[in-house]
Design a protein around this ligand. Structure first.
Ligand code: DQA
Length: 139
């Protein structure tokens, strides 16, 4: 299967940023372990801090892949444009979060994206990505 992981703003700083919330592992190291574990599948990773670049990537991979795992970071809570992009493409998207956003500030409880997604996984640390991946691979 062809699965894309797309990370939004500030997720390039995993391992450096607010470690008590997001842990001390960097994403590239984690992504490499996923690739080594699921060698029979094509996994790619893209990160951008820019809303338009995230939308361009969704358009690029959203008609020719089996699944997209999207952590849109804070854009989750604000971006109608990303929600529209998810609704426009044909590849299913799973929204993921490293932290349990429902245990955090009220503004993180609302997702603009969730209604356009296949499902949402939040609060399992980086393992949230593997859980989303397993869902695509087991369908
Ligand atoms: C996050 C949660 C968001 O509220 C936050 O803005 C992030 C990361 C998470 O993975 O827990 O940047 O998406």
């Amino acid at each position: 299967m062809k699965i894309h992981i797309i990370n939004g703003p500030n997720l390039n700083l995993l391992g450096v940023r607010e470690k008590s919330i997001y842990g001390d592992a960097d994403f590239i190291t984690y992504f490499n372990t996923l690739q080594q574990r699921y060698t029979s599948h094509s996994l790619t990773y893209f990160q951008s801090n820019k809303e338009g670049e995230l939308i361009d990537k969704l358009h690029e991979v959203g008609f020719n892949s089996d699944g997209i795992i999207l952590n849109a970071g804070a854009y989750t809570h604000t971006s109608i444009a990303i929600a529209d992009a998810i609704a426009a493409i044909s590849t299913p998207v799973i929204e993921v979060h490293i932290s349990n956003v429902y245990k955090r500030e009220a503004f993180r409880h609302k997702s603009m994206l969730a209604a356009s997604c296949k499902g949402v996984i939040a609060g399992f640390g980086l393992d949230s990505y593997r859980l989303a991946l397993e869902n695509f691979l087991n369908q």
